[in-house]
Design a protein around this ligand. Structure first.
Ligand SMILES: Nc1nc2c(c(=O)[nH]1)N[C@H]1C(S)=C(S)[C@@H](COP(=O)(O)O)O[C@H]1N2
Ligand SMILES: [Mo]
Length: 572
């Protein structure tokens, strides 16, 4: 019984424009984050007593040290501000105050959405393969053995006050926040660099003499002994301040941007050796460490604002004045109220207006990310890089139709290709296998965060295009699955036609030298190495060429796009 693509189209489901908790993946608690030290997993909660003991010891040691004449002489020689550090007389200009506030708002969204993204695959690794047991950080139990455990199963809930939108597996929405606000943050940052260096403001931030190191040591001793150094922040920062600001502005920020981008399949698979060396998991881990620095900095900086003279500090940064009025404090309070309001409303708003968040994200950053599709990703690895494990993901086929095909070793399977093509065709598996086979060893990048390498064998899509000949009107290619998606209705996904012409876009029927198994997409799955994993439809039933996809499903260009608010072009 031939099933036409029109029939499949009717199997697609509509989707709600809100994130409805009663239809969503049920919550699942994670565990307290653990770090692996050697063979032991140590709870990060140990950082609290150890940190407290360390602080107390530090105070005691610093106070004793300051009684030593040598240390006193050292502090006298290096009072805290590096000699030769220039004095900035222009105070804190208005643009600096505005940018400082904008940065606070942006960081709030970036960090919360980032934590949400992390919770979709709550593990970190150094090697690119994400094999269970090789993680060095996790807030999820070890991967259960002896059963299929998909990466979707592995995602955990984090508190709603922390993540945006604070719902398990809401990475689609979290990514729109993360990336859209990233764009604003980068614009703010670039402007900041430009304004810093076109005025004398950079001289406060950039250490210009080696004296900054003894100065930093001296200030550390002074703070730690609870006898604070004199503060000249209006004109010059002390060594510790200068170093920590410098690291934040000129190291942590660029590192975050670069390690964020290197987690993208299109970018990583375009960079060749560099992309292979700086593998996705290492980049994700460094991205996390850089995030940890930002959190540490924000906490430390926030505490220092309070304990080194709240009135003076808020006058500087929120009113741009150096006097003993209360000019800055009300503005500081106002800023905090705005931040609190943004904090409160971000998650509920995102749940209620999920489609709007998706659309706004697409408008702000989707088009920019999509540019990365245009490069032809050619990065291949070698046999020794093949991962011992590739996380399975997605909703398995569960139908009499599929079972019957499988029982017969897919002898009755037909790949139907139709729509805007000159020569519609139905291929049996044997026919596809008779065509020239292409093999490639490539890295898979799941949106959730894991990656893995496998060898894929199959028919290049460009060969298929040659046989069916898309008409000039064809712009998109729809892949229909034999399996449904998690929320009911057929799984499908839409690609740009040009993406099908890339070298490594194939219909794979082999994985690691063996016929593709059911878990990973038998009899046929898409490999398209510049996109995230969800775009590579498994258990392909049919392919249709179209000029528009608004009429399919909920019109967003794919199942996860409709139901989980992903973007339909996801090379990043
Ligand atoms: N039909 C179908 N294809 C699918 C999915 C799915 O749920 N249904 N999940 C996608 C996702 S999110 C990923 S990461 C990859 C996972 O492929 P793997 O299980 O072979 O690792 O398949 C993709 N293809
Ligand atoms: Mo995925």
């Amino acid at each position: 019984m031939p099933v036409t693509p029109d029939h499949l189209e009717a199997l697609l489901s509509r989707a709600d424009d809100r994130l409805l908790l009663n239809r969503w993946l049920p919550p699942q608690e994670g565990i307290v984050p653990r770090v692996r030290i050697g063979r032991r997993w140590v709870s990060v909660l140990w950082a609290l007593p150890i940190g407290a003991a360390f602080l107390v010891a530090l105070i005691a040691i610093a106070q004793s040290l300051r009684e030593l004449p040598g240390v006193q002489a050292f502090i006298k020689a290096y009072p805290g501000i590096a000699q030769g550090a220039p004095s900035i007389d222009s105070g804190f200009p208005w643009w600096l105050q505005v940018q400082h506030f904008a940065n606070m708002v942006f960081m709030l969204f970036i960090i919360r959405a980032g934590v949400q993204i992390l919770a979709d695959h709550p593990r970190l690794y150094w090697r690119r393969d994400s094999t269970p047991g090789t993680d060095w950080f996790r807030f999820q139990k070890p991967v259960p053995k002896g059963r299929v455990w998909t990466s979707r199963d592995d995602s955990v809930t984090i508190p709603a006050w922390l993540g945006i939108p604070g719902v398990r597996h809401s990475i689609g929405l979290a990514r729109w926040w993360h990336f859209s606000i990233n764009l604003l943050w980068v614009i703010n940052g670039v402007l900041f660099y430009v304004l810093l260096f076109s005025t004398d403001q950079w001289r406060r931030l950039v250490p210009l003499t080696w004296g900054v190191f003894p100065a930093a040591l001296s200030t550390t001793l002074q703070y730690a002994s609870l006898n604070f150094p004199v503060d000249h922040s209006w004109t010059r920062y002390n060594g510790l301040q200068q170093l920590s600001y410098f690291v934040t502005v000129f190291i942590a920020a660029p590192v975050s941007i670069v390690t964020g981008l290197l987690q993208s399949p299109a970018i990583s698979n375009r960079l060749g050796g560099l992309g292979r060396l700086l593998n996705r998991q290492a980049m994700r881990s460094v991205h996390f460490i850089s995030f940890a620095w930002f959190v540490f900095f924000i906490l430390g900086h926030g505490v220092m604002v309070f304990v080194t003279g709240l009135r003076e500090n808020t006058n500087h940064m929120f009113a741009g004045v150096e006097n003993d009025t209360w000019a800055g404090f009300p503005l500081f309070l106002l800023a905090m109220v705005i931040l609190a309001a943004a904090w409160l409303f971000a998650s509920p708003l995102t749940l209620r207006h999920a489609r709007l968040v998706q659309r706004t994200g697409g408008f702000m950053i989707g088009w920019l990310k999509a540019l990365a599709e245009h490069g032809d990703p050619r990065s291949q690895l070698s046999d020794k890089d093949i991962s011992p494990f590739l996380w399975p993901n997605g909703t398995m086929p569960d139908s009499a139709e599929y079972d019957a095909l499988l029982a017969n070793d897919f002898a009755a399977y037909r790949l139907r290709i139709s729509g805007l093509v000159e020569a519609p065709r139905a291929f049996s598996l044997a026919e596809l296998k008779a065509m020239a086979k292409q093999e490639q060893i490539t890295c898979h990048f799941c949106i959730q965060g894991w990656s893995g390498v496998a060898k894929w064998g199959g028919v290049p899509m460009r060969e298929i295009l040659e046989l069916v000949r898309p008409t000039p009107a064809a712009r998109y290619v729809v892949f229909y699955s034999l399996a449904d998606g998690a929320d009911g209705g057929r799984y499908y996904d839409v690609h740009q036609l040009f993406n099908m012409r890339h070298d490594l876009t194939i219909l794979a029927y082999e994985m690691n030298g063996a016929p593709l198994n059911v878990l990973h997409g038998a009899p046929l799955r898409l490999r398209c190495e510049n996109e995230l994993g969800f775009k590579m439809v498994k258990w392909i039933a049919a392919i249709e060429f179209v000029d528009d996809f608004a009429h399919l499903g909920a019109g967003q260009g794919g199942y996860n796009e409709d139901h989980e608010f992903y973007g339909y072009r996801m090379p990043i």
